[in-house]
Design a protein around this ligand. Structure first.
Ligand SMILES: Cc1cc2nc3c(=O)[nH]c(=O)nc-3n(C[C@H](O)[C@H](O)[C@H](O)COP(=O)(O)OP(=O)(O)OC[C@H]3O[C@@H](n4cnc5c(N)ncnc54)[C@H](O)[C@@H]3O)c2cc1C
Length: 405
């Protein structure tokens, strides 16, 4: 394996960095203000202009893998996603936000021709947004076989009833399609064949976004997560993707790259925290010495550099594995980096907060918000424990197989 980025990727990175410097970083404090305003669930006032500029600059839909109509491999996308991930809302500027990327990938792979026209195309153009509704308030949803939202056949239609939560983007006024996982065959003997995935227009009668769910007090509008009620929501049978009972097959396909993209962003956030840690340590003096000369600070900067570089290499390795072998082959590497990137980012951002003193906890340095994102990633898309269990089991399997030889 060779992780030397190609001239094309290096050139894209340079262009992306310049774009971030010119258009994105200057708006960071305005983003926090928008999040506190009455209009916070409306699109960011500058977003459409920046999206147009990103499109013109050829920095659009870079997430889309070569294997599904894009121009980059996952490995090539990694350094670009890291750069975008440095600013929480920047992903949308380049049409690379979750959950839209995963939803687009899924519709492109499994949708009917009419789904491509109605949903995939406008999503790729950035003219609408989407949400993914799997988690439920009344079920331990890290085991997705627990999902209870009912999907029942009624003539030519399906009718959905259930409560969903933590649906990122569902409260955005531009969210037009909900990708919903529900139980279509509760009696199927195989628990992994009881669920289906459907595409539900968000303005269907019976869909109600009931409340936003903040993380450490941050609602993250308009992209933040919400609770959603589905009451007798009726969709035509064509809305069900791939066939009844194939929800897990589809969800698995979606989760691998989605998890990896979060890890790329986490590396970006952690890298930025190191920069902030260094800047503050050099600028602040206590008891006659700059903080940068305290051994504890040097230790933390050094440990952060070691951990972030290690995480970055593991991201690249997992991305390469995904490119060459697909989701199943890369499942151990993705699980490993999912645990490592989130925990590394939490630790590094926490140290950056510490060196900033009280202001580290405010919005002035965006560290508190970045910590919330990193902490979320230890739970969302599968909590740490589940990924560690999986890694442990795969290790034991490999050991057992090697002993049989
Ligand atoms: C900001 C944010 C955005 C999100 N976006 C979405 C979204 O867009 N769509 C969506 O569907 N969901 C989304 N989620 C939900 C997220 O994926 C779930 O919360 C997550 O899968 C865990 O499910 P749960 O909360 O029901 O935890 P539970 O299943 O109740 O688990 C609780 C805890 O139990 C422990 N645990 C669970 N299983 C095991 C085990 N086998 N061994 C040991 N310990 C275990 C873990 O510590 C876990 O944290 C989001 C969450 C957040 C915070």
């Amino acid at each position: 394996m060779n992780f030397q980025h190609s001239p094309m990727v290096l050139e894209l990175c340079e262009r992306l960095r310049a774009f971030m410097t010119e258009h994105v970083y200057p708006l960071e404090s305005a983003w926090f203000e928008h999040g506190r305003s009455e209009a916070r669930w409306e699109p960011l006032p500058w977003m459409e202009d920046l999206k147009r500029k990103a499109r013109e600059a050829g920095l659009w839909n870079l997430w889309r893998p070569k294997s599904n109509g894009g121009i980059l491999t996952n490995l090539e996308y990694a350094p670009l996603c890291e750069i975008m991930g440095r600013v929480h809302w920047a992903m949308e500027v380049f049409n690379c936000s979750s959950p839209d990327t995963g939803n687009m990938d899924l519709i492109l792979k499994f949708g009917l021709p009419e789904h491509q026209t109605r949903w995939a195309l406008p999503l790729l153009q950035g003219s609408i947004r989407s949400a993914f509704l799997m988690t439920e308030p009344d079920q331990a949803s890290s085991d997705a076989t627990n999902i209870q939202c009912r999907v029942e056949r009624d003539g030519d239609d399906y009718v959905l009833n259930g409560r969903k939560c933590w649906a990122a983007g569902a409260g955005d006024s531009r969210c037009k399609v909900l990708v919903v996982m529900g139980k279509s065959d509760p009696d199927h003997p195989d628990r992994h064949k009881q669920h289906s995935i459907l595409l539900v227009p968000s303005d269907s009668p019976g869909v109600r976004v009931t409340r936003p769910l903040p993380v450490f007090g941050y609602e993250d509008p308009p992209q933040g997560a919400s609770e959603v009620e589905l009451t007798n929501v009726r969709v035509p049978q064509e809305a069900l993707l791939l066939g009844p009972g194939r929800g897990f097959e589809i969800a698995q396909n979606r989760l691998g790259p989605g998890r990896l993209h979060h890890c790329m962003r986490l590396v970006g956030k952690a890298e930025r925290a190191i920069e902030a840690m260094c800047d503050r340590a050099m600028a602040r003096t206590t008891f006659g010495k700059p903080l940068s000369q305290r051994t504890v600070t040097l230790e933390r900067i050094a440990e952060s550099r070691i951990a972030v570089d290690a995480a970055r290499w593991m991201v690249l390795h997992a991305a390469w594995k995904l490119d060459v072998g697909g989701n199943k082959e890369a499942r151990k590497e993705i699980a490993m980096i999912k645990v490592m990137a989130a925990n590394t980012a939490c630790k590094v951002i926490d140290w950056a907060i510490q060196v900033h003193g009280s202001y580290g906890l405010s919005n002035d340095f965006a560290l508190a918000h970045a910590y919330g994102y990193a902490r979320t990633q230890r739970i969302a898309d599968g909590p740490d424990e589940i990924h560690r269990n999986q890694i442990g089991k795969l290790e034991l399997d490999a050991r057992a197989k090697s002993q049989q030889k």
